[in-house]
Write a protein that binds this ligand. Structure first.
Ligand code: GTP
Ligand code: MG
Length: 227
């Protein structure tokens, strides 16, 4: 019984990876670099995007894909920033999934102006477990953790922190109010993903936002990537 269940899960992930590769081919064809931003609900993904997009990312033409179970609250927050924002609800036809998968992103591709952008930032559904398993055809993943969640999270949700290229520790303005040790966090993080690049940030004060903007501006350009 157990063996069958494991098999089914493996097949589902294989199927997802096949569609992720198809997405990737479409992104490649259009020269679009894709970043998947993941975190627990409320860690500050949208707040960080609001900050970053206010001044743009170098000369990159940016688009955003907003993943939410329901509604368009986050997309509405970004609406005034003059970047194309596409809303993808996992609750409509996808059973209210707690993550984006490759098939959902594929269904959204016709609504994303791939011809007019060269960097697509995908805000995944807030969840600390599921998004890690599902590649969507991205080039890089950013994991956002906030100091309000506690410094043990990399130890408790290792896959999320292991399958990313950058870890952002947000809400540093709250450090004096919460029991969060940056040293302990780094220790847990290095145990699951030794040496992964990390940044401290406050979307509220703007601390660290320029460093992230710079990181995004210097991501390898898909247009220049070998076919
Ligand atoms: N003090 C403080 N509050 C922050 C910071 N970043 C975000 N917030 C607040 O935290 C709350 C959640 O932020 P969001 O940007 O909505 O978080 P999110 O990760 O996009 O949330 P979901 O999309 O629901 O998963 C909001 O009330 C923000 O104003 C920060 O750096 N400092
Ligand atoms: Mg959000």
């Amino acid at each position: 019984m157990h063996r069958v269940r494991v098999r089914v899960v493996e097949d589902a992930l294989d199927a997802n990876n096949t569609i992720a590769r198809a997405n990737r081919e479409d992104f490649d064809r259009h020269g679009v670099t894709v970043v998947n931003v993941m975190s627990a609900p409320g860690a500050g993904k949208t707040a960080i995007l609001e900050r970053i997009l206010r001044e743009g990312i170098g000369d990159r033409r940016v688009g955003v894909l907003e993943g939410d179970v329901q509604g368009s609250l986050d997309a509405d927050r970004l609406a005034h920033l003059h970047v194309p924002v596409t809303q993808l609800n996992t609750g409509s036809g996808f059973g209210g999934e707690c993550h984006l998968d490759a098939n959902m992103v594929r269904s959204a591709l016709p609504s994303i102006p791939l011809h007019d952008i060269d960097l697509l930032i995908v805000e995944n559904v807030g969840n600390l477990v599921c998004p890690a398993e599902f590649h969507i055809g991205e080039d890089a993943r950013i994991m956002v953790a906030s100091v309000a969640e506690g410094d043990d999270k990399p130890g408790k949700y290792p896959l999320m922190f292991r399958t990313c290229e950058l870890v952002v520790v947000n809400k540093t303005d709250l450090l004096e109010h919460v029991d969060f040790s940056m040293g302990r966090f780094d220790g847990y993080l290095d145990a699951v993903h030794p040496g992964v690049e990390r940044m401290r940030m406050s979307a509220r004060t703007g601390e660290g936002v320029d460093a992230l903007r710079d990181w995004l501006a210097h991501l390898p350009d898909r247009a220049a990537a070998p076919a």
